[in-house]
Ligand binder design. Structure first.
Ligand SMILES: [Fe+2]
Length: 293
């Protein structure tokens, strides 16, 4: 391995993978090395530019804490997260479409009852969310778990905001015997992803805005079905067509509707204070493949 050149270096590095036992690691690293070298040949970075790139990745790592994941932000804003999501969750028939998990999920959300509120503070515009969890053929699934999280009206998750109680706007709710779920919350707000780190600097340099349309996150799971990680968006949001993390799909955009009781009210003068927003949205899960016997 001497006298390596621009022409033969890639081939020599890949040949070295012949000593690697793990076939998947070998495949991944071979592709990574080829793509990386192809990128370098195409861009021809100066040495200063390459050091700048290494400095950027170093800062991304240094920005990460238990509450802040700058690498996920980088992956999300470059479209990598949604591409990986699309490859791993190819749409099957009527199954609900997936979207990215995002960096603010907490596995330990409180278990709540049907109809409970996930809003601990009582601040914000009330919102009721209800619907059916079923299989692809609309057969209800009893006991499905909906793991839910969202921002407060100020656009912040509890982990970003000292003023919010712990676990505010998070909860786990089961479907009832008819496969239906119902919870109360507040209208989520569109929000900018954090811009005080290297990813924010990158967005600014590219002239890309950091905003995400308002959404509610869900992980819906049930025994015998493939869990679905997704987000529910609200029609009319100004960022639906320019989401900073590319996560919007048409099938995940819901309209506000008014509760049935309000349609019978004949007192519009006081309806503004009594009306609350409601979303009806059904989730369809795909069965997990049966084990081969
Ligand atoms: Fe989010």
């Amino acid at each position: 391995m001497r006298d390596l050149t621009e022409e033969n270096l890639t081939e020599v590095v890949i040949r070295k993978l012949g000593d690697t036992d793990d076939p998947r690691l070998k495949q991944v690293m071979s592709s990574l090395i080829q793509s990386l070298h192809a990128f370098i040949r195409e861009v021809e970075p100066t040495q200063d530019e390459w050091l700048e790139a290494i400095k950027f990745l170093t800062e991304v790592g240094q920005k990460c804490t238990d509450e802040r994941q700058e690498f996920i932000l980088m992956s999300d804003t470059l479209g990598a997260s949604m591409l990986i999501d699309a490859i791993n969750n190819r749409k099957v028939d009527d199954a609900t479409e997936s979207s990215v998990l995002g960096p603010y999920y907490r596995a330990s959300a409180p278990e709540l009852e049907y109809g409970d509120s996930i809003n601990i503070t009582n601040e914000g515009d009330s919102l009721e969310v209800r619907g059916l969890v079923s299989d692809q053929y609309h057969n209800p699934i009893k006991g499905a778990i909906l793991d839910i999280w969202q921002t407060a009206p100020n656009g912040l998750y509890d982990v970003q905001d000292d003023k919010q109680p712990d676990m505010n706007l998070r909860g786990k709710i089961l479907t009832n015997r008819d496969g239906r779920y119902f919870f109360r919350t507040v209208r989520p707000a569109s929000y900018p992803i954090p811009t005080d780190g290297p990813v924010g600097k990158m967005l600014s340099a590219l002239g890309w805005h950091p905003n995400r349309p308002a959404h509610i996150h869900f992980i819906v799971s049930a025994k015998g079905y493939k869990p679905i990680t997704t987000q529910l968006f609200i029609e009319g949001d100004p960022y639906l067509d320019s989401d900073a993390v590319f996560a919007v799909k048409n099938s995940l955009v819901a309209n506000f509707i008014r509760p049935e009781s309000d349609s019978s009210q004949n007192t519009p003068s006081n309806s503004a204070s009594t009306l609350q927003n409601e979303i009806n949205y059904d989730f369809h899960l795909e069965p997990t493949p049966r084990a081969q016997s």
